[in-house]
Design a protein around this ligand. Structure first.
Ligand SMILES: [Zn+2]
Length: 238
């Protein structure tokens, strides 16, 4: 353990890879590296998807080389390529940035009406009031629209994330059944995590998906798993 902090109600603990042990404690978020390191172009991590699976069954992130968007759902680790096509990730593949949790939802509700993105996340925030700073979410159902993106694999020497994002592909799924997974993190962990809501989508056929830029749910079931505990694995140099 190299750090031990309490940040805005979210307890953050960091370890090196050698200090990792399998932990399947419900509600404990597990993250590899930091969003700050990813922003600076640290696109190769030292944790495999087999190891990531020991820390959670729901989550999101990316693959080494920034090779697409990752969606973890019910223990399956899926990759959306630059055009949003889904494939299953090899357990031996590595990740430079990922967040997972052993998903154990404590709040469940339905949103029946079609909502814009801002209304949707406001509804999630309203249900989380008084439940702590962070949460994992799973949303299943119909979406009038999902506006998403993915990124093509980057070559060394790696650019910054902002530079790499210029080659991102943006696409829309309309009138689609599927699942959103993701997290909310507080402003206090800026640099460690993407603050606010970070959501990834996969369709019901597990054929198309990506990082969500905005969405319009139109009849969905929401499950929320509030958390006050984040364990981080920091690769060398981070
Ligand atoms: Zn993302």
């Amino acid at each position: 353990m190299i750090d031990h902090r309490l940040i805005g109600g979210l307890h953050v603990e960091a370890v090196r890879r050698a200090g990792l042990h399998a932990e399947v404690e419900p509600h404990v978020l597990f993250q590899t590296s930091t969003i700050g390191a990813l922003l600076e172009g640290a696109f190769d991590g030292d944790v495999t998807f087999a190891e990531l699976a020991e820390h959670g069954d729901l989550g999101l992130g990316t693959l080494n080389g920034l090779d697409g968007e990752m969606i973890a759902l019910e223990g399956s680790f899926l990759r959306a390529d630059a055009d949003g096509a889904i494939s299953v990730i090899s357990p031996a593949a590595g990740t430079p940035f990922a967040v997972v949790v052993p998903f154990a939802p404590e709040i469940e509700f339905a949103l029946e009406k079609e909502l814009g993105h801002a209304e949707f996340v406001a509804a999630l925030d309203a249900r989380l009031a008084g439940h702590g700073a962070s949460a994992a979410v799973r949303v299943d159902g119909r979406f009038g629209r999902v506006h998403a993106r993915s990124v093509p694999r980057q070559e060394r020497p790696y650019p910054t994330l902002a530079e790499a994002a210029k080659s991102q592909h943006v696409f829309d799924f309309t009138d689609v059944d599927g699942t959103l997974v993701g997290f909310r993190f507080p402003d206090h962990v800026d640099g460690v995590e993407i603050t606010g809501w970070h959501l990834h989508f996969v369709d019901a056929a597990r054929e198309r998906g990506g990082h969500v830029l905005s969405c319009a749910p139109a009849g969905v079931r929401v499950q929320l798993d509030p958390s006050g505990e984040l364990h981080m694995e920091l690769p060398p140099g981070v």
